[in-house]
Every structure is written in C-alpha cells, then in structure tokens.
Design a protein around this ligand. Structure first.
Ligand SMILES: C[S@@+](CC[C@H](N)C(=O)[O-])C[C@H]1O[C@@H](n2cnc3c(N)ncnc32)[C@H](O)[C@@H]1O
Length: 377
C-alpha cells in the first residue's frame, strides 16, 4: 500500500485501511491524542468504583487494597500490550511502557506549559476555612497529581483512573480511585477546590457533559484546568494537514494521526474536544475568568540554526519526537482493533517514524489548555 512512494494511488487504493467497510465521511473525520498508563508495581491502596454497583457514595468509602486477582482483572492483553479491562472507549495501553511514556511526556509539558496552571497556587494556599482538595481525572501515571501532593502537603489529593494505581511513590496526602468518568461524578459534587484533567478525550464520550459535571464537582471559586490534544498535525505555517487521503509522498505523521482519529471515533471517543474546550468553558454559566492557552510543539528538532532560542525549540522537538515515536507503538491496539490492516499500519508507522528521525519535515502538534474559576455559589 505504501510501498511505492513514486506512484500516487489509484482511486481504489485510497484509504483501503480498514478490513471492514467504512464510509468516506467516517474516514475523513477529525481529531486524536496521545495517551495512557500504568505500572504493575505494588503497594498503596485504591478505591474501586468502576461499576454502578460499586460506585461509592463518597470518595472516602470502600478503600481497599488491591489483591492480585482484582489487579489482574483490571487489565486485558491485546496485540501485545496491556489495556484497561473496563472501558471500550479508551483503547490505549495501561502498561509499564506507557507509564514511562507518560512520565516523560509530563516533563515535556512542564517545560512547555509551566508546572501548574495560573491560579493554582492561590487556590491551594492553606486557610482556616477548609482543607484544600484536588482531583486529577484520568491521572495516568499520577505524575501531575503527585507533584501537587508533594508541593502542597496540606492539601488532600485524589487520583482517578480506569485502572488501579499501585505506585510505590504515592505521597501520603494522595489517594487513588478506579472510576470511569463517563459514568458521572455525582459522588464528588461540591468536594474539590481544583479539578485537573489532561489528555483524556480519547476515553471520554461526552466532553461537554463532563464539563457540566466538573462545574458541580468544584467548590465556590474553585479552579478548573483542562488540557487536550486534537490529534492533528500542522505545517510550518501552522495550518492543519488533514492526512485523510493517502499520499505516498508524505508527510506521514498526519496520515497516521488521521487513521488514529477515525479509530478513536469508532470506539466512541470525543476526539474533537481540544478545539472546543475554550468555547464550552467560556460560554458555561458556572465558569468565569477563563484563560485559553495554546502550545505548539515541533514533532522533531527540525529548525535550522544554533541560537539559544532554536536550541530550546529543538530540545522540545526531541522530547516530542520521543513521545510520538512511543505513541505510534501505543496506538497499535487501538488501530488494529478498529480494523486497520496490520501491513498498512506497519508501513505507515515506519514511514512516520523515519520522517521524525530525519527531522527534515517542519511539523507541529498543538496542545490546548483552558483554565477557569467556578463562579461563587
Ligand atoms: C493519555 S493518558 C494521560 C494521563 C495523564 N492525565 C497525563 O497527562 O499524564 C489518559 C489517561 O486517562 C485515563 N482515562 C481515559 N478515559 C477515562 C475515563 N473514562 N475515566 C477515567 N480515566 C480515564 C486513561 O486510563 C489514561 O490513564
């Protein structure tokens, strides 16, 4: 399929990516992201609330230690990777390899976006009124919420994800719960000063509905921070490269992303969320003081020059390339289970990887962040 870069494909060869039939409309839809994580390490305790029957009335209830069998039941193996066993929507791995990717990605985001969203330190400054509380929805490896727990030791932190967190390094003021945030957040209403969520849209069915739920979870003047990636790739002019139609001349990363967006859609994910976050929050009657920030990450160190600014740019490009290269691997279960042909995927993956290694094609990915405060209530 991608084997002869010198020939444009005949119409019948366009997008023969899927084993089963898929309409052109479905094929040409948008959006996708990087994702997912966990270690099988040991210790710590977790709350499980992943089924309606098991959902606790409050985050403090049903604290239990993970037994080996419960832990094993949380994961399933697909195409050589471990995935969560609860959600049919979120299909990125939840294994050590993914955990490592997320930890490195976290450091890259810290560098590009700063450690915390604007306003977080103010909101978490201790007072005599209440213990300040923070929840991270879809916490992954826990890198963000662990930082908060360590930097704000008087706060109380909650890490929520589809799979149990068994980290040995969970700070004492942090606890974890297994939960599917698609099922609603009623059991957390009115309980948090900060709600953070980053790169979860691949596992979320109704993102505006999630924003509504978060508004109810936040305390008066609480802080919301949402960060998403739209799974598009952009050219040097920062114009979107669709990638929906097969182009043997590349660029190939946009084509891989187009296939990933379609696969995520097929699994029911709200992959267009990144572009609409700002509008959903700004126009929401319960939020105020909305801040929108966009971050353009070069997908490889493609910029020429040796001045300080170019060096920093290319360092971010190197980190992003490492992340995306690992993400190509992480996406295999998602894409293969959506029916993408393995031979096609292997070739597209190889070409996208080579393109980033060569660092000659000027490409960006975009990460969007929205921060807002809950109106007084
Ligand atoms: C790409 S990772 C990002 C992890 C972390 N937020 C970060 O930025 O490093 C997405 C995480 O969200 C979790 N997730 C996705 N959908 C979810 C859902 N419906 N409920 C709870 N967690 C979810 C996944 O299990 C995964 O750990």
């Amino acid at each position: 399929m991608l084997s002869n870069p010198n020939h444009a494909p005949a119409p019948s060869q366009m997008l023969p990516l899927y084993d089963d039939a898929m309409s052109v409309d479905e094929q040409s839809e948008l959006a996708s992201i990087m994702s997912g994580s966990y270690g099988f390490a040991r210790p710590a305790s977790s709350v499980t609330s992943n089924s309606e029957m098991m959902r606790p009335a409050s985050p403090a209830r049903s604290l239990l230690s993970m037994t080996d069998s419960r832990l094993a039941a949380s994961f399933r193996q697909e195409y050589g990777r471990h995935l969560n066993n609860y959600s049919e929507v979120y299909r990125l791995p939840a294994d050590d390899e993914e955990l490592t990717r997320l930890n490195k990605q976290h450091l890259m985001f810290q560098r590009v976006m700063g450690k915390y969203p604007p306003g977080l330190e103010e909101v978490l400054t201790p007072d005599n009124v209440e213990t300040k509380t923070v929840v991270d929805l879809g916490c992954g490896s826990g890198s963000w919420i662990f930082d908060v727990a360590r930097d704000f030791p008087e706060s109380s932190c909650l890490a929520i994800d589809l799979v149990p967190m068994q980290s040995t390094s969970m700070p004492p003021n942090c606890r974890s719960e297994v939960d599917d945030i698609n099922l609603g957040l009623q059991h957390y209403f009115g309980q948090f000063n900060v709600v953070h969520s980053r790169l979860v849209c691949t596992g979320v069915k109704d993102y505006p509905g999630l924003v509504d739920q978060i508004a109810l979870v936040l305390r008066s003047r609480g802080l919301l921070s949402l960060t998403e990636h739209n799974f598009y790739v952009y050219g040097e002019d920062k114009k979107q490269i669709m990638g929906d139609d097969f182009n043997p001349n590349g660029p190939f990363l946009p084509q891989w992303m187009a296939v990933a967006r379609n696969a995520m859609r097929r699994h029911g994910a709200d992959v267009d969320a990144a572009h609409r976050l700002h509008e959903w929050v700004k126009d929401h009657p319960d939020f105020e003081d909305t801040i929108y920030r966009d971050f353009w990450l070069p997908v490889s160190p493609w910029k020429k020059g040796d001045d300080a600014e170019t060096r920093v740019f290319n360092e971010v490009g190197e980190a992003c390339r490492e992340d995306l290269t690992a993400f190509l691997e992480s996406g295999r279960p998602l894409l293969l289970s959506a029916g993408v042909k393995e031979s096609f995927l292997n070739e597209l993956e190889t070409k996208a990887r080579r393109e980033m290694e060569e660092a000659r094609t000027p490409l960006y990915v975009l990460v969007e962040n929205v921060v807002a405060r809950r109106k007084r209530w």
